[in-house]
Ligand binder design. Sequence first.
Ligand code: ZN
Length: 82
Amino acid sequence: MLLIPCPFCGLRNEEEFTSGSEADRHRPADPIALDDQAWVAHLFERANPKGAVREWWWHGRGCRLWFVLERDTVTNAIKVVP
Ligand SMILES: [Zn+2]
């Protein structure tokens, strides 16, 4: 069982959360300029790196707020991002 530190509620079971996506991923500045292949890449392709990543998480079965945390994809070590 993974315990996730919600910055508003404290440590909670992972089953209370839904993972969002990469926290540093942004919508294209000029979306009309993208062709279909670029849109597919933006919507579905992820870097999936080994090591520390910043991610959005939603505490849907708790305070229902979104927050960003840093998670190591190898060890699942979690650090709350201020
Ligand atoms: Zn919470």
